[in-house]
Each structure stands twice: as C-alpha cells, then as structure tokens.
Design a protein around this ligand. Structure first.
Ligand code: CMX
Ligand code: CO
Length: 148
C-alpha cells in the first residue's frame, strides 16, 4: 500500500547551488548526500517532514553525473524542474507487481538500489498521465530485509 509521498525529485545543473537555494529560501537542510552510479546522479535529500508510518518525506535534488543518464537527458531537453514523484510503500515488490497487472509499465524486473539503502522502481511516465513515478521502500521499513 502506498502510504506517503516519499520524495519529489528535482533535476538541477548545479547541486551545490540548488542546495543553497533551498537552504537560504526555505530553511531546508541536507539530510543525506549520495552518488548513485547506476542511476547516474549525485543527489541531496532534504528532509521536509516525518510521517505516521515511520517514514519521511524529502526533496531529492538530482545532478547528473553522465549526459546519457535519465536525468542528464531530461535536463538537456527540458531544463531544470520537477523530474519525478515518489510514493513510499512498505512493499515495493508487491505494489509494483499489482500495478504491472493493471497494465502500467514497471521499468525494472526487480527493484534496484535507491537512496539510503532503499529499494526503488519506476513506472513509465507515458502510462501515468505524463508523470514519471517512483515507488520506494525505505531501508528499515522493508520486510524483505528480515528474510536475510
Ligand atoms: N517525466 C515525464 N515524462 C518524461 C520524463 C519524465 N521525467 N522523462 C522522459 N519523459 C517522456 C519524454 O518527454 C518522451 O516523451 P515524448 O515521446 O512525448 O517526447 C518520452 O518520455 C521518452 O523520453 P526520452 O527522452 O526518449 O527518454 P527515455 O525513453 O530514454 O527514458 C525513462 C525515459 C522514463 C524510461 C527514463 O527516464 C528512466 O528510465 N527513468 C527512471 C530512472 C530515473 O529517472 N533515474 C533518475 C532518478 C533516480 C532516483 O530517483 O533515485
Ligand atoms: Co527519486
């Protein structure tokens, strides 16, 4: 079950300058930074609020590390802006399978590595009324971890 907005993904050309804008303008502080080589991004997570399911809601600021990455291609075409939204769930595997059964393209066969040890997958924007949509199960909220 999707229980919260996990994050809003925002594509930018200059991560440090964009982090500083969010700090100076709104007072949001960096909670975590990470380079995700598989996704081709350098990212900063800014904590907005915690949520009743034990998770949280963030802004995810994304700077491409490669021009041919998803964010690099998108920036070249659109310029800076909102790139995707991400819903939080306790069961990304189950929710992705259920959504695939409804005819929406799920981009990965198995969830991949996301920020802070989370497991993530994406739904194709053309099947979601133009919105690239991510599903996230946070580390610590993931029942699959208990099986290890
Ligand atoms: N939001 C809405 N529409 C988008 C989009 C986005 N972020 N990215 C691409 N599209 C649209 C394009 O505008 C294009 O539409 P038209 O055909 O009408 O022009 C269509 O989708 C195809 O776009 P493309 O530029 O040819 O790009 P690709 O098909 O190569 O890739 C996608 C699109 C969604 C498959 C790719 O971006 C992807 O795999 N995304 C998932 C991974 C990702 O985004 N990683 C970065 C974030 C990592 C994180 O959140 O941790
Ligand atoms: Co994201």
């Amino acid at each position: 079950m999707l229980t919260r907005i996990d994050h809003i993904g925002i594509a930018c050309f200059d991560l440090d300058a964009t982090v500083e804008f969010y700090r100076a303008t709104y007072g949001f502080e960096v909670f975590h930074t990470e380079v995700n080589d598989e996704q081709g991004v350098r990212e900063a997570m800014l904590l907005v609020n915690e949520t009743s399911d034990g998770g949280a809601t963030y802004l995810q600021l994304l700077e491409p590390t490669r021009e041919d990455s998803a964010v690099g291609k998108w920036l070249a075409k659109n310029g800076e802006g909102v790139h995707h939204i991400a819903f939080g769930t306790g069961d990304v595997d189950g929710d992705a399978a259920a959504i695939r059964d409804k005819g929406v393209r799920v981009l990965y066969d198995e969830p991949r590595h996301g920020t802070m040890g989370s497991r993530i997958t994406f739904l194709h924007p053309k099947d979601c009324h133009g919105v690239l949509t991510e599903l996230v199960t946070s580390a610590g909220l993931d029942p699959a971890e208990d099986a290890h």
